[in-house]
Write a protein that binds this ligand. Structure first.
Ligand code: G4P
Length: 529
């Protein structure tokens, strides 16, 4: 198979949802169809159970599973499908944001009864900003839920999407009869008693034929016709170009648990989902079919075994063929590196591979060379964009609790920050270190890992910050800028990359600062032009 065919074969995507909407169940059912796993229950949910905040075993379990499920690859209809795992728990949202820089499309899972939930809104917003193609899967149709039209309205309004239904439910909950597949123009009937059994679809050439009455009864047939008419009048027809451009989102209905509507989703997905897309670097746009290998690190995972210090850096191949034992330029370090045992991931195992293609993820053993966002090339000075840091929600001073272990603590903090566990800010005034996280759970993870992996002990102290804002540097600092630096010195810090950050202690003080120093540009993410 030639290089271009390898690219055409690949579909790399992520499933996003609010916890409990059914992401794990859907993943599992997709893998079953791909023959990648043999039985239900093989995919472990990596969600953190409620009330587990202090349960370190739970954190470790979660980390272990999160390595195992980071990338799940399988073949379906001759396509290589890579599912990138995105943690649903909000304390790990940043991990998910970073993973979204490595997907070519996403499937959004929504619970039919709960509708659009908070975490879905945040994640979809990130996808929308990047024009990532999205398919919406409305799950748990076997349960009583919201009206399908109301739900699509909610999706459009809350998520800012433009939907085009490609399937539609016949009845719901107790009266759920099945699904009319608009994309394939056939009917899938739900067999309540044999829930795990996958039924064959029944083709319906003409929705107006009396055959429909025979299948689902007069009342439902009439209702379905009316619904389809309404859909035709209200929603735009499916337009693949619009989907690929991120301006239209097809919607499917089903029940992941009952394996219902999942095959239809997958069939459509392999038909319409994008092959590996071009990616913007600071210097230029890189196309997947370029011959030279380029890729970037979007995730780093520490070894679970504290005796082995090495880590696994997850690299998304953007262009070219990645080869084992071939030297590549680590652009940030200006260093040439070779990898003798790059890993590829499959649903049930990882294996050493000789070659990888655009869209694939390779896991590279790392002894501390990599940070999230690093670029690998065949020599070109290229920096991939799009892994910004957002302002953390929580801020705490981190103090050394064991003076004999200062070095271990510094090293531990350094490496955990490289992994993207949290963000580190060093205050300009006194050099004190402040850790910023998305969720409170992260502090316990850090404390636990510092102790168990680096032999260091830390304590935290509250540091009230409302928001971290990145300060745009000025080549020739104006007087106003210099005054800002002087007056606000107490609130200034450097982030891990040495960028200046203003830590506003309240919404009011942020507003006042913006008013007083209008030429000082404050940004809410670490990447700005
Ligand atoms: P997540 O990864 O998005 O957090 O969700 P997950 O798949 O773990 O599903 C959350 C719960 O919803 C699970 O039940 C799962 O069985 C259920 N579920 C998923 N799909 C469907 C569906 O189509 N219909 C119905 N009725 N339920 C569905 P649980 O009781 O929390 O967990 P478990 O004990 O069943 O694993």
């Amino acid at each position: 198979m030639n290089f271009k065919q390898e690219i055409q074969k690949r579909r790399t995507f992520g499933i996003i949802s609010h916890p409990d909407a059914g992401k794990t169940t859907l993943t599992e059912k997709l893998l079953l169809f791909g023959g990648a796993i043999q039985e239900a229950g093989a995919v472990k949910s990596n969600k953190i159970k409620k009330g587990a905040t202090s349960d370190f075993m739970e954190i470790e379990r979660q980390r272990g599973i999160s390595v195992a499920t980071s990338v799940l690859a399988f073949y379906y209809k001759d396509k290589k499908i890579n599912i990138l795992d995105t943690p649903g728990h909000k304390d790990f949202a940043e991990d998910t944001f970073r993973t979204l820089t490595a997907v070519d499309s996403v499937i959004v899972v929504i619970d039919v009864a709960k509708g659009v939930e908070e975490q879905t809104e945040k994640l979809v917003e990130v996808c929308r900003m990047r024009n990532i193609p999205m398919i919406v899967f409305i799950n748990k149709l076997d349960r009583e839920g919201k009206d399908a039209f109301d739900l699509m309205d909610e999706v459009e309004q809350k998520l800012g999407l433009q939907v085009s239904p490609l399937s539609f439910p016949i009845g719901m909950g107790y009266d759920f009869k099945g699904i009319y597949n608009i994309y394939e123009q056939n009917i899938l009937l739900f067999q309540g008693e044999s829930k795990q059994h996958i039924e064959d679809t029944i083709s319906i050439e003409d929705i107006n034929s009396p055959e429909l009455e025979e299948l689902i009864g007069e009342k439902d047939a009439q209702e379905l016709r009316e619904h389809l008419e309404l859909i035709e009048g209200v929603y735009p027809p499916f337009d693949r170009e619009a989907y690929l451009a991120g301006t239209q989102q097809p919607v499917f209905f089903g029940s992941a648990l009952n394996n219902f509507g999942v095959r239809e989703l997958l069939n459509c997905f392999v038909d319409i989902a994008p092959t590996p897309r071009s990616k913007k670097a600071e210097e230029r746009l890189v196309a997947a079919d370029e011959k030279q290998m380029t890729g970037f690190v979007f995730k780093i995972h520490a070894n679970m075994d504290p005796k082995h210090r090495d880590r696994l850096a997850f690299v998304k191949i953007v262009s070219g063929t990645f080869e084992r034992n071939k030297p590549y330029l680590h652009v940030r370090l200006g260093k040439s590196l070779k990898f003798s045992s790059p890993n590829a991931f499959f649903a049930e195992k990882k294996a050493i591979i000789d070659q990888s293609f655009p869209g694939d993820i390779v896991g590279l053993h790392d002894t501390g060379n990599f940070k999230i966002g690093d670029t690998l090339t065949e020599g070109e000075e290229l920096h991939y964009k799009g892994i910004p840091s957002f302002s953390p929600e929580h801020f705490r001073y981190i103090n050394n609790a064991d003076p004999m272990k200062a070095k271990q603590l510094a090293k531990g903090i350094d490496q955990l920050m490289d992994e993207g566990v949290a963000q580190l800010f060093t205050l300009e005034l006194n050099g004190r270190k402040v850790i910023g996280t998305v969720g409170a759970l992260q502090y316990e993870v850090i404390q636990y890992r510092l102790e168990h992996e680096y032999g260091a002990k830390c304590t935290y102290e509250n540091f009230p910050v409302y928001k971290a804002c990145w300060v745009a540097p000025q080549a020739q600092p104006t007087e106003e800028y210099q005054e800002f630096l002087r007056v606000k010195q107490k609130f200034l810090a450097k982030d891990k990359r040495g960028q200046l950050v203003f830590l506003a202690d309240s919404a009011f003080s942020l507003q006042m600062t913006q008013q007083k120093y209008p030429t000082v540009q404050l940004h809410f993410t670490s990447e700005f032009d």
